[in-house]
Design a protein around this ligand. Structure first.
Ligand SMILES: C[S@@+](CC[C@H](N)C(=O)[O-])C[C@H]1O[C@@H](n2cnc3c(N)ncnc32)[C@H](O)[C@@H]1O
Length: 529
């Protein structure tokens, strides 16, 4: 066999890749998810996986080969002699003919066609024991209804997995290509990291923790510029097509490079199976976490203004039972309904009476009045009598009260539509904090965070008030792990969460439910819209 010069072929490939890329518009490239893997990254991935393979004979495949960055890397790392067979599938004939011309003489068989259609007839093709892939990142709304249905049925029939209709094409690719693989073969996938946190990723995560042996998940920092124009946050998954051993743990890494990540953590499969949010691994110091969350996309802060409830300065004095306020003859305009503390609040959906007061037990109100003292004294003598008693109780000596003018005026707050309790306990699936749907005019103390819908979410709720229930249900899907991950823990296992921390929790489930909310939500560049 003639000696081959892989460097020369790779150089040629890169020239071809640039000219093919520049001949297409961004829209055309988006439609087929055409963003090539930088060859250095393909080499790094291949080098990593090569250390695990013990087969002398490699049957290579790339189900969406493009110009063949991964095949080039396989030749560089494994050597031509070790590659017994190699198959590349490609839908776009411009790419497939280029790949064919480049690599045919070194053993690559290029098949032009749709991999998801071809896989059904894959029994006539050698099953790969090494599959390296960067599948097309085509978002679900660019898949036709018929295509989505076909893909869902196909994956259900061949793999036994129900894929959520919001999943992008890469999810189907991964599942179908793994079906095609030889048992005990190895796979590396460069895919968007989004599936790690969103609902549509659930079936894929289940597959990865039960049907194959997940070895490594590396998440690139969202700031990583190596992906050039394809700016979704990316991850590399490495797995073996074999049932996971008992007590298996996968290595999760983040940042830096695949061979030199910034952080790492071994995560047991049973922990992964319980976690809705895989980006919680590896467990990062608080500061880094906040950077990540801010960089990766849509969070609750995009859709809610989140504020602590009011600090009265003396709850015992300012907060009284509604019945007592009536009995004492306090005027209606100087009291506001307020929720009982979380300890006494049994309900999670707060219903109003005909005056908008919450039907809770106890039913409480807070004294809140902006009239000057002499006006209150004259106009509302019964309230004045109560306020005067503050002197002997030392209420006005407190810092907050002493700074206010008048001292019985509370911070301005509108009744929030949703609340989250501010502190609590809870491990595993038990959530340390509770979300509450407030249908009343009540405000709350600083034992709660108040969530006010803003921007597109607010507009949506004005037009469709009935969707408040769904918004509440989605909030309740936030897991204990996410809440604990963003909040902080104190000695004895008491967790607290501040408005900013709650605001960092992913809000992707909202966009999944109502894609029109996306407009306000996205900070990162979205090439795929
Ligand atoms: C993200 S690119 C990756 C290309 C190459 N594997 C690499 O790593 O550079 C995805 C490729 O998949 C191709 N593609 C899109 N839909 C496909 C399909 N249904 N079947 C096969 N290939 C497809 C695109 O034309 C594109 O070349």
């Amino acid at each position: 066999m003639a000696t081959i010069n892989i460097d020369r072929l790779e150089h040629k490939r890169q020239l071809l890749q640039s000219s093919l890329d520049s001949a297409k518009t961004a829209a055309e490239r988006n439609r087929l998810g055409q963003f090539a893997t930088p060859n250095l990254l393909a080499i790094e991935i291949t080098r990593y996986i090569a250390t695990m393979i013990d087969d002398d004979e490699i049957n290579f495949a790339d189900p969406s080969i493009g110009t063949g960055s991964f095949f080039s890397a396989a030749l560089t790392i494994l050597g031509r002699a070790r590659i017994k067979s190699a198959i590349g599938v490609e839908l776009d004939s411009d790419f497939s003919s280029s790949a064919n011309n480049l690599w045919r003489e070194v053993g690559l068989q290029v098949i032009t066609g749709d991999f998801t259609e071809l896989v059904e007839k894959s029994s006539s093709l050698t099953s790969p024991n090494l599959l390296l892939a960067n599948p097309p990142y085509v978002r679900h709304h660019h898949l036709s209804r018929d295509d989505k249905k076909r893909l869902q049925r196909l994956v259900q029939r061949l793999v036994g997995v129900d894929v959520n209709g919001l999943a992008g094409l890469y999810v189907y690719f991964l599942l179908l290509a793994t079906y095609w693989m030889a048992d005990n073969g190895y796979a590396a996938w460069l895919i968007p990291s989004e599936f790690m946190d969103v609902n549509y990723g659930a079936s894929l995560k289940q597959f990865l923790t039960s049907q194959v042996t997940l070895i490594r998940v590396h998440r690139f920092s969202p700031d990583d510029i190596q992906f050039g124009d394809a700016l979704v946050s990316s991850a590399v998954l490495i797995f073996r097509k074999t049932q996971p051993p008992v007590n298996h743990a996968a290595e999760f890494t983040f940042g830096g490079t695949l061979s030199d990540p910034e952080t790492k953590e071994q995560v047991a499969l049973n922990r992964l199976q319980e976690s809705r949010k895989w980006t919680a691994y590896p467990n990062l110091p608080q500061d880094e976490r906040s950077n990540i969350s801010e960089g990766t996309g849509i969070t609750l802060a995009n859709y809610f203004r989140i504020q602590r409830g009011i600090a009265t300065g003396d709850n015992k004095f300012f907060i009284i039972e509604q019945d007592e306020a009536i009995r004492r003859g306090f005027p209606r305009n100087c009291i506001r309904p307020i929720l009982p503390s979380p300890r006494h609040l049994k309900e999670t959906v707060i219903k109003p009476d005909c005056d908008g007061f919450p039907l809770t037990n106890p039913r409480l109100c807070v004294i809140d009045c902006d009239l000057p003292e002499h006006v209150v004294e004259k106009r509302y003598p019964k309230l004045w009598e109560y306020l005067v008693s503050a002197d002997s109780l030392g209420v006005k000596d407190g810092y907050l009260v002493s700074k206010r003018n008048p001292w019985y005026q509370q911070e301005k707050r509108e009744p929030p539509m949703f609340l989250c309790t501010y502190m609590g306990r809870g491990t595993q699936e038990r959530k340390p904090f509770r979300f509450i749907w407030n249908q009343t005019n009540a405000i709350a103390t600083n034992l709660y965070l108040m969530l006010y819908p803003v921007k597109s979410l607010q507009r949506m709720l004005v037009n469709h008030p009935e969707r408040a229930e769904e918004v509440y249900k989605i909030l309740c899907l936030v897991t204990g792990n996410e809440l604990r991950g963003e909040g902080r823990v104190y000695g004895g296992g008491l967790h607290k969460i501040e408005p900013k921390e709650l605001g960092r929790i992913s809000a992707l489930p909202f966009v999944e439910q109502w894609p029109e909310l996306q407009m306000d939500g996205i900070k990162q560049k979205m090439l795929f819209e």
